[in-house]
Design a protein around this ligand. Structure first.
Ligand code: TPP
Ligand code: MG
Length: 692
């Protein structure tokens, strides 16, 4: 081992003590849980300590402070690093109502119960569980993706809310990441986007420890990361010894002085620093050290070998005196300024208040369009674009864009002043994500946890590229908005590579995601109203490319039923059907046509429009029974997608018309016929379930 490996360099003894406290807390927690990764926290402790103690503008007494710097642990497997820091910095827990409690977010008992049921220290950081955790991480690459969205949010909020003499927003975003984060495609997409947007408020700290789970990183990762990031337009700097606090400090200062580019700090570190037996071996390091090794490591750190979960005297005080005091000072200065600002700009302050709580401003639903009955109709992507434009005018913090398909997705905000978000024009509300679906979704999540209502759009088929980020939005209860158009074989000539089949079923299987597939323009309006009001769930809005008739709502039920997820659109006389047709999206009008035919035949049919399974499933049993009476077992669902799951609503005696293979490249009308999405086929299925 070289000399510099022996101890924390250039700091005081107290610095060393604090750093080794972080390390040993991580070691002990992982050992006690008999599960987790101690190595990364050990190697990264000096970096995290240096950042939090000296540079991060963060008030542990208020983890909801709007202008706090953000710290993201993208290498979420190093969760104990974050928990130890949150514990030592005494970050407070915030309750479900957004109120700050007297409790610490991570108490010693939580550290002792690392990875146990109900603790605030789950295996990977989860932002809805532990205050101070800015975003949920673990799937590598997501956190760095989120950090780009947070940096966008900081820039947008500054450009939108700051006023001369009132720098209300100028927060920086720091993301720690590992080899895995930079190997992942999303890491590259996110870095490319951040460089393009010149987000100089963004700093990634790359733990260059030359090792991954399977063995040396060189087995699978040999590119020149520095050169790659220079190519992305980043400022790249290097800290050749992760234990050198002075060098780390200089790197953070370089970041803070850089005003035209994001900064990557490459930090050369040793995994499991201080664990000589492990660090040279190729065995997995993602596991507890073992009791014997723990003792050796503690000895190496000059720690009492038998002490467990030890926080030596002076350590907490030192944190209070460092990040605690600095944070309090920054925050109180800011609060004074914000009080003045609120006097001078009450409207803006009010907006920020709503934003902070994911609340809607008064008049959020004014001027929403309504669509007259029209047999030729309009594509739901088209009506959605109109509603989105109205909503975004009413809710000034709705921003977003598409992954290079804005013209197709109809997501462009066209009203006066909407503008484009670009390097140099950070007030713009139209984001251009480029062909980077995954980073788009992750950065939308980053904006949403920064309290914007951000949206991202692409073709429905490419939702697969975003799935990992959609899942995290759902898990962390972030009301991100995902807009998907071209939702079926209705795409036509582009063919099966572009025609979604299984995406609806797969998104419906995701907990806490609200999937909405409105059946006509007026259902689109209602769907958007639902989305606007979501506070703890993301939404996937699934829309057509092709025109759909706008149903005559004087003849059929009002689209307001959409609010219940499913509703009776057309009914049998006396509300006593013998048959139920269920449809969503573009197949709704097909059900209506079939209904009219069946009616003419004297068959008592009902049409149920079912734009959202999730919302319908939340209704009480009486409502569900009123829509789908259990004694009516003759049921047919129609949806141009995999039928997987529809049995739940159509039962064992029902029939499901849908897609049982990939689509094909052909004009839409030929596909509809070929795959059986015709009135005749629906009528035929109806006869069959009725035994006629
Ligand atoms: C998307 C994803 N794939 C795989 C994993 C499982 N995993 C956890 S850590 C890790 C790699 C560890 O190597 P590195 O990223 O260099 O982190 P280090 O061990 O050096 O801290 C892997 C593959 C994951 N968390 N996320
Ligand atoms: Mg590594």
């Amino acid at each position: 081992m070289v000399a510099s490996d022996q101890a924390v360099m250039t700091g005081t003894q107290l610095d060393t003590l604090c750093i080794n406290t972080i390390r040993t807390l991580a070691i002990d927690a992982v050992q006690q849980a008999n599960s987790g990764h101690p190595g990364a926290p050990m190697g990264l402790a000096p970096t995290a300590y240096c950042l939090w103690q000296q540079y991060l503008r963060y008030d542990p007494a208020d983890p909801t402070w709007m202008n706090r710097d953000r710290f993201v642990l993208s290498n979420g497997h190093a969760s104990m690093l974050l928990y130890a820091i949150l514990h030592l910095a005494e970050v407070r827990q915030v309750d479900e109502n957004g109120e700050i409690t007297k409790e610490h977010a991570v108490r010693m008992e939580d550290i002792k119960r690392f990875r146990q049921l109900g603790s605030r220290t789950p295996g990977h950081p989860e932002s809805h569980i532990t205050s101070g955790v800015e975003t949920t991480t673990g799937p590598l690459g997501q956190g760095v993706g989120n950090s780009v969205g947070m940096a966008i949010a900081s820039r947008w909020m500054a450009a939108t809310f700051n006023r001369p003499g009132y720098e209300i927003f100028d927060f920086n975003v720091y993301a720690m990441c590992s080899d895995g984060d930079l190997m992942e495609g999303i890491g590259g997409e996110a870095a490319s986007l951040a460089g393009h947007l010149k987000l100089s408020n963004l700093c990634w700290m790359y733990d260059h420890n030359s090792i991954t789970l399977d063995g040396p990183a060189s087995w699978s990762f040999s590119e020149d990361v520095a050169t790659r990031f220079v190519g992305y337009g980043w400022n790249v700097t290097r800290v050749s010894d992760a234990n050198d606090l002075e060098m780390l400090g200089r790197a953070f200062e370089t970041f803070q002085k850089t005003t035209d580019r994001p900064t990557l700090i490459i930090i050369d570190s040793h995994i499991g620093y201080g664990s000589p037996h492990k660090q040279d071996s190729n065995t997995s390091h993602g596991e507890p050290l073992g009791e014997e090794e723990v003792r050796l490591v503690k000895k190496f750190y000059g720690w009492p070998e038998d002490a467990k979960f030890l926080v030596p005297e002076g350590v907490r005080e030192h944190f209070r005196d460092g990040v605690g005091r600095r944070g309090r000072e920054f925050h109180s200065k800011w609060s004074k300024q914000f009080a003045d600002y609120s006097q001078k700009y009450p409207e803006l302050a009010e907006q920020l208040g709503h934003m902070q709580n994911h609340e809607l401003p008064a008049g959020w639903d004014k001027n929403l369009p309504t669509f007259p009955a029209d047999a030729k109709g309009v594509a739901t992507r088209e009506s959605s674009g109109k509603v989105l434009n109205a909503l975004a005018q009413n809710i000034p913090w709705v921003i977003g864009g598409s992954a290079d398909l804005a013209t197709s997705n109809k997501t462009t905000l066209k009203f006066e002043g909407a503008g484009d978000f670009r390097a140099g024009n950070y007030a713009g509300r139209n984001l251009h994500f480029g062909v980077r679906e995954h980073a788009m979704a992750a950065s939308v999540n980053g904006m949403v946890v920064s309290r914007l209502r951000a949206f991202g759009a692409t073709f429905f088929n490419f939702s697969d590229y975003m799935r990992a980020s959609i899942r995290l939005a759902a898990l962390m209860q972030a009301p991100s908005i995902f807009i998907f158009t071209h939702d079926s074989i209705g795409v036509g000539e582009d063919g099966p590579t572009h025609q979604p089949v299984e995406q609806l079923a797969s998104l419906r299987a995701m907990p806490n995601l609200i999937v909405l597939r409105p059946g006509d323009a007026n259902e689109v309006v209602e769907a958007w109203k639902i989305i606007a009001q979501l506070q703890h769930s993301p939404a996937a809005l699934v829309l057509t490319r092709q025109n759909l008739p706008t149903l005559d709502r004087t003849k059929y039920a009002s689209a307001s039923g959409t609010a219940k997820g499913a509703y009776v659109l057309a009914d049998a006389p006396g509300g006593k059907p013998e048959l139920i047709l269920l449809g969503t999206g573009s197949e709704l009008s097909l059900c209506v046509e079939a209904y009219e035919k069946l009616k003419a035949e004297g068959i008592k049919a009902r049409v149920v429009s079912m734009p959202s399974w999730e919302i319908f499933d939340k209704q009480d049993a009486a409502y569900q029974e009123s829509v789908l009476p259990s004694d009516v077992t003759a049921r047919v669902s129609v949806e141009m997608a995999a039928t997987f799951g529809w049995e739940r609503y159509t039962g064992s005696k029902g029939k499901n018309i849908g897609m049982h293979r990939f689509g094909a490249s052909a004009p839409l009308k030929d596909l509809l016929k070929y795959f059986g999405f015709t009135v005749e086929k629906v009528v035929e299925a109806a006869h069959s379930v009725l035994g006629k």
